[in-house]
Design a protein around this ligand. Structure first.
Ligand SMILES: [Zn+2]
Length: 149
């Protein structure tokens, strides 16, 4: 629900609203550019409509409307989705290493072992490989041109 000041082509800002208690809503929208104020008076049924359009009435004087609830749930769901994604990313500590792969990794000089391990782990992640085995290491080495590592 937005009002545009035609003269200024500016979006008017929701300034104040009153809820006399009988469901009547008076809302004022002010143009931030020229200061023009437009007031809107609605009857109870229209108030329901306005509320359902996402104009959240301060202090929850009006009971939450069905559509508003849905919007809230959608927004919350999105938030949760983001958290889940980032949480999953954080939880993924990288692929596991088979015993043979670990044994082979232990033969890599210690001063480059961390780097080599990261290279293989990154490769496995990029290819959705859950476990690094000597075969995976061979493939990665050939693909990445890391002969000798
Ligand atoms: Zn204006």
């Amino acid at each position: 629900m937005k009002f545009l000041c035609v003269d200024c082509d500016a979006q008017m800002v929701f300034e104040e609203r009153q809820l006399p208690g009988d469901g009547t809503l008076a809302a004022a929208f002010k143009c931030p550019a020229c200061g023009r104020v437009v007031a809107m008076l609605t009857n109870p049924m229209e108030t329901q409509l306005v509320a359902s359009l996402g104009v959240v009435i301060g202090g929850r004087t009006v009971p939450p409307q069905p559509l508003e609830t849905v919007r809230g749930m959608v927004a919350t769901g999105r938030d949760d989705a983001f958290h889940e994604v980032s949480g999953e990313r954080g939880a993924v500590s990288g692929p596991t290493w088979s015993a043979e792969a670990q044994e082979r990794l232990s033969r890599v000089p210690s001063f480059v072992r961390g780097m080599v391990k990261k290279i293989y782990a990154d490769y496995a992640r990029q290819h959705a490989i859950p476990e690094i085995t000597p075969a995976v290491m061979d493939t990665a080495r050939a693909e990445l041109g890391l002969e000798g590592m």
